[in-house]
Design a protein around this ligand. Structure first.
Ligand code: UDP
Length: 192
């Protein structure tokens, strides 16, 4: 894939269909994959925070989650194919995971949201195994990471908002060889 650099952030020039196909192939092959779904706020934050900037450069893919990124790319005369939102990817992967009997781990949001998420996933995506869940308000990672290492989910969705979600993923992604993706407020949206 071609990449387009917007204010120092290398975005994947791809569309949702192709990117999903790529992710599914990597998940099936148990390839460790870190995806950043970056909106303009994340790009601006990375400009002013060197550690976060270095951290997102360790991701396998950074995708343009926000029309502002698409507009910026066009103005820079390096257009990106299409906006791909973390939320749309999340829902598509849940659907695919249900059809193909994958497992997923969910970290983030408040306890009542994560409890509702369990019900929604069980009802709407019955073929998907919920490897585990944890709310997004925790002190240290250890219990969660041990649980992820033990259950070896195909996908780990981290919805604690930036920069916390990307920091969590980079620290812990070795625990399971699958997809790790930060998806902001997506649990709230799916259960809302
Ligand atoms: N959140 C969390 N832990 C925190 C702070 C926030 O789990 O320490 C959750 C919060 O409950 C909400 C999401 O992270 O579900 C934040 O969503 P937002 O849309 O603000 O994320 P952003 O798009 O800013 O990354």
């Amino acid at each position: 894939n071609k990449q387009v650099s917007i204010l120092g952030v290398p975005f994947e020039d791809t569309n949702q269909k192709d990117f999903e196909a790529l992710l599914k192939k990597r998940i099936d092959a148990h390839q460790n994959t870190f995806v950043v779904t970056a909106n303009p706020e994340i790009v601006m934050y990375a400009r002013h925070n060197r550690l976060y900037n270095q951290l997102i450069h360790k991701a396998d893919y950074i995708i343009a989650d926000g029309i502002g990124i698409i507009i910026g790319a066009k103005l820079l005369k390096q257009p990106l194919a299409e906006r791909i939102t973390g939320y749309d990817l999340f829902v598509s992967l849940l659907h695919w995971g249900s059809q193909t009997h994958k497992s997923a781990y969910f970290v983030g949001a408040k306890t009542d949201v994560i409890n509702k998420l369990k019900q929604v996933v069980a009802k709407s995506y019955p073929g998907l195994t919920i490897a585990g869940t944890h709310n997004g308000y925790f002190g240290d990672d250890r219990n969660i990471v041990n649980d992820i290492a033990r259950t070896q989910p195909d996908m780990v969705f981290v919805a604690t908002g930036y920069p916390k979600q990307e920091e969590f993923i980079e620290r812990n992604r070795k625990a399971a060889d699958g997809l790790w993706m930060g998806i902001g407020g997506s649990f709230d949206v799916l259960t809302g």
